[in-house]
Structure formats: C-alpha cells, structure tokens
Design a protein around this ligand. Structure first.
Ligand code: FAD
Length: 493
C-alpha cells in the first residue's frame, strides 16, 4: 500500500469558506489529517453571504448540526425562494421558489398541461400550483417530519463563521491568528511548502486550501493560476452591503429588486436585515448607489455602507499544484441566486471524495477542475438568463444586457423554450427544470408552442385537476403557522 503523502492540511483564511472547509474535513477525515487554519483579525472577512439554497441543509446534516441550535446561534430564518421584482418589466414581480410546480409525467413537465389550460382560458398563475411558492407569498412556514417542504436558510455570516469555528476547534483544528506575510515554495516543483506569518512562524503543510477571499493569496498571487473573466456577460462589478434593524415579521424569502444598473437584495434574519446594492460602475457611481440604497431600506441603519469591488469569473484552475481554492478565492458569480456558499460546499465535498492521500497528481487535479468548471458554468448561464430575458429598455444598462450575446448553450435553451416550451436539466446541473421555468415565465418569456399532452384529457378534466391541485395547496398553506410565529417557537431566543 502506498504511504500517505498528504497529511498536513493548511486552510488559509477564516471566512465562511475557510471554516466550512475546516469543519467538514475535521469531522470526516480528521483522524487521518492534521488541520491548521490561519486567519487574520486585522484583515477580517467579507462579512456578507447570508442567503443560501436547500443544499445548505445537506451540508449541515453532513456536519451533524442540530437545526434548532444552528438557527438560534446564527440568528437564521427559513427561506423558500427569492422574490424577483422589476426584472421582466418595472413593476413586475415573481417568486423563484424551491418548490415543484405541479406534477410532471414521463412525457413532459406539468407546465405543458398548464399552457394548454392557459390557451383554453382557465389556468391560474403558474405559482398557484406550487406549495413552497404559495407558502412564501403568505409568509407561512413549518417543518415537521411529515411535512415535505423544500427550504434553505438566511443566516448571519459572522455568526455562522463563529459557529463553525467552535465545531472545528472541538474536532482538533488548530487556529493560528495573524497575517500571512509570504509563501514558501519548492524551488523545483513550485509546490507550496509553508506559509510564513508576520510573526516569523512558518506553518508547513502538504495541502493548502486557499480561502483568502478575492485576493487569492495562494492560488493567484503565488501560483498565478489565471482568471477567466465573465464580466462581458455579467457586468455588475460593485456591491454595497448595509445592515438595518428589522421592522416587521421576517418573511421566508430573499428579495432581489432590480434597479437601473443592477439590483438590490434584502435578506431577513431574526435580529436584523441584510441589504445590499449590486451595480455596474460603468452606469452608476458609488455615491448614486449609496443614495439609492439608503432611500430603499426600511428600519434603522446599523452599519456604514462600504463598497466591495469584484470581477465576475473564475480561476482557470481552482486546484493547482498542492493548492485548492474555495470561496471567493476560486472565483465569483454575483449572489443573485445565492449560489456561492453552495459552490463552497460542493468544492469541499469533491475535495474529500478525491482527497490526494497519495499526492497531488495532474489527473486528480484535472478531474476536480473539470467538475468545478462544469458546475459553475451552468450556474453562470442561469444567472445570465435573468439579465438576458427581460423587456426592460429603460436604462443603458438594461439595453446592454438585453441585447448582449450569451453563451451558446444558454442561447439554445432560450430558443428551445421560446419555440416549444421545452426545458431540461443537464446532468450535474444545480438548477432544475422548475427553476428554469419559474424564471423564464416570470420574466415574460412566453413559449410559442408546447407539448399537446394536455389535449389527451377532456378540458373539463384538465380544469378540475388544476382546481383540485390549487385547492390542496391552499388548504395546506392555510394550515401552516406564520413564518415568524414558527421561528419564535422553534428556536426561541
Ligand atoms: P472572506 O470572507 O473574504 O475570508 C477571507 C479570509 O482570509 C479572512 O479570514 C481573512 O482574514 C483571511 N486572509 C486573507 N488574507 C490573509 C492574510 N494575508 N493572512 C491571514 N489571513 C488572511 N454567497 C451566498 O451563498 N449567498 C449570498 O447571499 C451571498 N451574497 C454575497 C454578497 C456579496 C456582495 C459578496 C461579495 C459575496 C456574496 N456571497 C454570497 C459569497 C459569500 O460571501 C462568500 O462565498 C463567502 O463569504 C466566502 O467568503 P470567503 O471565506 O471566501 O472570503
């Protein structure tokens, strides 16, 4: 049997990515590894990243986290989807929920029945046939072992980091506080051998996980992995986060409100609200963005707005030599569909599956990088869809994104839906058919055709099945407590 070449793992950075990696590795491979995490209190973390998707529950389950304790400690709320406002046209609104819309058959999706019913004049809104969407609209929520509700969390990023730190240290992760001053590499191979701290301490390792945020201290500044720029498709490049005091009950969804040069988020937590303005600096100045953000938040402002700049894209190699980048160090796609924490999780799981016990080989790296690229490219296309499929022409920003060329696979998906109502999920793709559907229809992309399977049943039967479906959903939603009431009894302060 080959010996274990990689034993000492050094996580550089203690933001969400760093502590997620430390927590997962220490729980699942801890007895085989020595794990050290380095973070700098002076540099701090990006402090945003508070809206998740349902895979966050999978990650928590893998870590053996008790949900009530997690919710209480991280001041989390439940999330059933995202309310998109002003995207198709100013004044439009739709919810992209985590739920399934109606019931599909092997021949085709539920939406074909719905489109038939619409053509015959008796269909309700598509959202009438989705439980999670209706619960979100009504501000209702409950979990129980019997209730089948698909949900995620809104969490406080700083509290989440502390929560994971406690778990990781409990599992033996050594934390080193201080700034990394330089990186020592092997003169022949270029592999990283140690991180040299400002204190002079050298932290040696076999595998380094770069979680140093946008700066990519190891993957880019040291190894020069390169960056693939996607800003021609996703031109926003600035964000202004701002926290405010809650003014009303927390709703179980994120809000994504489009404005003249980007969009604004609102994320309800138990103890406060996270807000932020995402914009493209070619079309809006920082001062204008700040003024618009301050004019469109509710409740007392708790923090100073500060500009975060980014370039949308990804590292050409997220695993290079003996360094794997996670989180912002690996690339960035704006948080319109709350996908970054998911990508961290997937990266960690893949690293654990492909863990280089016998050394970092080219083949392992290629396998890791190919999968990471494929996943992120599909997410990127889904985000681009929100900008491309719009009727907005009220500002130069919207003119630009509405008329831009998009990646070929996305152009094909849009054409396919427009012509025939056909939607698909490719293998390994995060967003399912229902997600594509809710966004495309929510943004006024009306299909010219659809599958005629709805005509195989008499119109009265089709009509009755829709009435029954809606009735069942309405009854189920009515029986739920409000999200706020559920939170208060589920994880009281
Ligand atoms: P950071 O939080 O920046 O952490 C970097 C760490 O590296 C820090 O601990 C720092 O101290 C350390 N470090 C850096 N340099 C050194 C050094 N020289 N020496 C020692 N330590 C060092 N994701 C979502 O899933 N949902 C969202 O809603 C969402 N919203 C976002 C909104 C914005 C505006 C942005 C920018 C991102 C958002 N994200 C979101 C992404 C999410 O915030 C990040 O994926 C997540 O916070 C991970 O950040 P990180 O740990 O990679 O980096």
């Amino acid at each position: 049997m080959q010996g274990q070449v990689v034993k000492k793992v050094v996580v550089a950075g203690g933001g969400t990515a760093g502590w997620m990696a430390a927590a997962a590795l220490s729980r699942h491979l801890g007895s085989l590894l020595e794990i050290t995490l380095i973070e700098s209190d002076d540099i701090g973390t990006v402090g945003v990243g508070e809206s998740t998707i349902p895979t966050a529950r999978t990650f928590n389950a893998l870590l053996g986290i008790d949900e009530r304790e997690f919710m209480r400690t991280t001041q989390s709320t439940f999330k059933l989807g995202i309310s998109f406002e002003n995207w198709g046209q100013v004044g439009d609104r739709y919810i992209h929920s985590f739920g399934q819309v109606g019931k599909s058959t092997w021949m085709g999706g539920f939406h074909h029945f719905w489109l038939q019913a619409k053509a015959e004049g008796f269909a309700g809104d598509l959202g009438d046939y989705c439980f999670e969407l209706q619960a979100a609209e009504a501000g209702k929520f409950a979990t129980s072992e019997n209730a089948n509700i698909n949900y995620a969390y809104h969490l406080d990023a700083t509290l989440y980091g502390r929560f994971l730190r406690k778990m990781s240290e409990g599992k033996g992760v050594r934390r080193v506080e201080g700034k990394i001053r330089s990186v020592r590499q092997n003169a022949q191979t270029g592999f990283i051998e140690a991180l040299v701290m400002e204190s002079g301490e050298e932290v040696e390792g076999d595998l380094f996980i770069d979680c140093t945020g946008f700066r990519g201290l190891l993957i880019e500044q040291t190894l020069k992995a390169g960056y693939e720029d996607w800003s021609h498709w996703l031109p926003t490049n600035s964000a202004l986060p701002l926290q405010t005091r809650s003014v009303g009950p927390a709703m179980p969804y994120t809000r994504a409100m489009a404005h003249g040069a980007g969009w604004q988020w609102r994320i309800p937590l138990q103890h406060r609200v996270g807000n932020g303005f995402v914009y493209c600096s070619d079309y809006m100045s920082d001062d204008e963005a700040q003024a618009q953000l301050l004019a469109n938040v509710e409740g007392e402002v708790l923090t100073e707005p500060r500009v975060i700049r980014y370039k949308t894209g990804k590292r050409r190699k997220t695993w290079d030599k003996n360094c794997v980048a996670l989180g912002l160090a690996s690339g960035f796609v704006e948080p319109l569909e709350s996908t970054s924490i998911h990508m961290i999780m997937i990266g960690i799981l893949r690293l654990m599956q492909l863990f280089p016990f016998s050394g970092c080989s080219e083949a392992l790296m290629d396998r890791y990088n190919e999968q990471a690229d494929a996943e992120l490219e599909k997410i990127r296309d889904f985000i681009i869809l929100h900008y491309k499929v719009t009727e907005r022409s009220d500002t130069p920003f919207w003119d630009r994104v509405r008329t831009m060329e998009v990646p070929e696979p996305l152009a094909h998906r849009i054409a396919l839906f427009r012509d025939s109502g056909q939607v698909y999920q490719s293998p390994g793709e995060l967003f399912q058919v229902d997600s594509w559907l809710q966004v495309m229809l929510g943004q006024r992309l009306e299909p010219k055709g659809y599958h005629h399977m709805g005509r195989l049943m008499p119109p009265a039967q089709l009509r009755q099945s829709l009435v029954d479906l809606k009735g069942n959903i309405d009854r189920a939603v009515n029986s739920l407590p409000t999200h706020q009431a559920f939170l208060e009894q589920y994880c009281p302060a």
